[in-house]
Every structure is written in C-alpha cells, then in structure tokens.
Design a protein around this ligand. Structure first.
Ligand SMILES: CC(C)(COP(=O)(O)OP(=O)(O)OC[C@H]1O[C@@H](n2cnc3c(N)ncnc32)[C@H](O)[C@@H]1OP(=O)(O)O)[C@@H](O)C(=O)NCCC(=O)NCCS
Length: 327
C-alpha cells in the first residue's frame, strides 16, 4: 500500500515499523522522532517530498519503505530506507517493496535509487542492510563512521583541546540566523555541501539561498527541534570563516546531534573547527537537565575531523554505508 502520511493512524503504524527496526539494530537508535518525521511527510517543502510504501498482511505491518524525492537538486534520484519487522525477514518482504519502489521511481522519471544503511559493524560496516543491498544490485559508494560521546564534558576536558585563534571573533545564534549574516551563511552552507567528502556518490550539491536557509529554519522549528550555531568571523575582513551546528529535540532529550562543521578554504589550517565547536558544545551543555549522548558522523577519510573528535573522547559505535542503484 502507498502510505498517506496525512492519515494520523496510518502514519503512526508506518513510523512504528521504521522506529522499531532502528531500535533493534542500533546501540543508539538514531533517526527522526515521530513529529519530526510527520512534518517531513505532511508539509510542503521546496527541496523534497517524502512519502512511503508498506507491505501489510491484513492488520500486520511486515515492512516499509520511506522515500525522499529531491526537488531542487538530484532530481533524477529517489532515496529509500527499508525496514522489515525482524519476525518477517528473509521472506522477500524488502525485495517486494524494492520492486514497487522501482516501478514508482521509473514512472516518475527518476533514474537512480540511493540509500544509506545506518546499522553496520563499527569496524567492518556489515549488517543485514549491506547484505540485502549487495544482493539486490546496489553498489557501495561511501562509508561514514558514527561516533558518540556522553555529555556533559567537564571544563577540564574542554580546556584540554581549546586554543584561541587570534584574528577571529566568535558569534552564536539559536533558531534564526541574524539578518546581517544570512547571505554569507547561505554561501558557507553551499560550500559545506559541496566540499564534504562524498566518496563515489553521485551528488549534485545544493545551491543554498537565504530563502532556503529561512525555510530550513522554519521546518526545524515546526519539527520541534532546537539548534545551536557558532560561527567564526574574520575580524579584518568581516568574512564568516567557519561554522558548526548542534541540536536535538525535547522529544528525545538524551540524544543530541552534531550537524555540520565547515571551515571556508581560505581560513583552513588554523584550528577554526575546534574554535567553533567548543563554544557551541558549551552552549548546548548549558541547557542539559540530564546526561545525554552527542552523535556525529564522518567519512573515514575525514581524518582531521575524526582525530579532533577522538581527542575530545568520542568513540565509534557504527559504520553506515551509502548505496546507489541505477534504474
Ligand atoms: C535489510 C532488510 C530490509 C532486508 O529485509 P528482508 O525482507 O529480510 O529482505 P529479503 O527477504 O527481500 O532479502 C533479499 C535477499 O537479500 C539478502 N539478505 C537479506 N538479509 C540478509 C541477511 N541478514 N544476511 C544475508 N543476506 C541477506 C539475501 O540474499 C536475500 O535473499 P535470500 O533470502 O533468498 O537469500 C532487513 O533485514 C532490515 O530491516 N534490516 C534493518 C534495516 C536496514 O538495514 N535497512 C536497509 C537500509 S535502507
């Protein structure tokens, strides 16, 4: 069946399958919360449309496929996540869903399926998801290491890696980028998406505009998310040189995410990555009312970032793999 995300009962059952599989597969069941996911599936967004398919036997939901249809870039691609109830695996459930996804994707003129399986052994990367993807014609394109650390970090831990960078000032904001930075910030995010290691993935980088930044901010607020941004401004030129973002949702206070960290190329090599991360971490920690785990993902080849994280005390918990299949 095609899932109508606007029907609250259907959406709840659909989400329950996806969420239960993540809880079963992962030490830390990362992923969208119910309300975050609902906003994606029911709202109107410039950059994507999300919908889904499910295989249901009478009242039993055997498995689901969540689909992201990109609308601004990668418009020949559909991103898919499969989740099958462990009680019904190895009976062709995901294979049947895949056939239905391919049929829909082709009918809408899409030429490629992509997917990321988030559960994978931290060393080998292998899981049921990688076995399924290889068996069904997907090609392995990239890996990312998932690292975690328990918060709060002590002032001593933070001070051990902190070095002030002369010539730059730190600015911070919450849900809304100040108007004075919005143009430069859109350029920095564009750079981040273009430069982040993609391995062999076929990725068309998004050209961010101030309007898209504002739309992403409004969507996060609608999803109930909170976000902390810290940026470094080059004092002499007034250029926004680096930024980092972290956040979470009140729905899952024990889980916080490290989102982007980016240093504009002319300003690299001065440890600005740490210079923005640490004040951001301090601000994030200041709102904690319980211990929490901070999550981050980096390509294994992104050694400087992983080294910084290890220095702070992050440990690996899983390795996820990005896949592509041409249609
Ligand atoms: C991956 C997953 C969706 C597969 O669902 P499924 O319904 O069991 O898959 P199918 O029965 O259609 O399997 C098709 C083929 O994939 C391969 N395969 C699937 N799971 C496998 C496993 N655990 N070990 C080895 N091979 C496997 C086999 O070749 C299988 O054919 P066979 O059973 O005839 O040998 C399911 O295990 C799952 O939900 N895993 C957790 C979430 C995930 O990793 N999702 C994929 C990322 S998007």
């Amino acid at each position: 069946m095609t899932v109508d995300g606007r029907d609250p009962d259907i959406f709840k059952q659909f989400f329950a399958v996806k969420d239960a599989v993540r809880r079963e597969e992962l030490e830390f069941p990362v992923g969208l919360g119910l309300e975050e996911a609902r906003v994606l599936m029911t709202g109107d967004h410039s950059d994507l449309r999300a919908d889904g398919l499910a295989l249901v036997d009478r009242d039993t939901w055997l498995g689901i496929a969540w689909l992201d249809w990109w609308l601004l870039d990668n418009t020949d691609t559909v991103d898919v996540e499969f989740a099958v109830d462990p009680a019904y695996r190895r009976r062709g459930v995901a294979s049947r869903l895949l056939e239905a996804v391919i049929e829909r994707a082709r009918a809408e003129g899409r030429r490629m399926l992509t997917g990321i399986n988030v559960a994978g052994d931290p060393v080998t990367g292998e899981s049921s998801g990688t076995a399924f993807a290889s068996a069904r014609g997907f090609v392995r394109k990239h890996a990312e290491l998932h690292q975690v650390i328990e918060l709060p970090l002590s002032e001593e831990q933070l001070a051990a890696v902190e070095r002030p960078v002369p010539g730059y000032e730190i600015v911070q904001w919450g849900e809304h980028t100040p108007d004075e930075w919005i143009d430069q910030f859109a350029e920095l995010i564009t750079g981040m998406y273009a430069d982040v290691p993609h391995g062999d993935r076929t990725v068309e980088a998004t050209q961010w505009t101030p309007e898209l930044v504002r739309e992403a901010e409004a969507r996060r607020v609608a999803q109930g998310r909170f976000t902390y941004t810290t940026a470094a401004v080059h004092t002499d030129s007034g250029a926004l040189a680096a930024y980092t973002q972290m956040g979470g949702t009140p729905e899952r206070p024990e889980r916080l995410n490290q989102y982007d960290t980016y240093v504009h190329p002319p300003h690299r090599g001065r440890r600005l990555g740490i210079a923005v991360k640490l004040p951001n971490l301090r601000s994030l920690q200041s709102r904690l009312t319980q211990s929490a785990v901070l999550h981050t993902w980096n390509a294994p080849e992104n050694t400087p970032m992983i080294a910084v994280n290890e220095k702070l005390g992050f440990r690996p918990t899983a390795q996820r793999t990005a896949w592509e299949r041409r249609l």
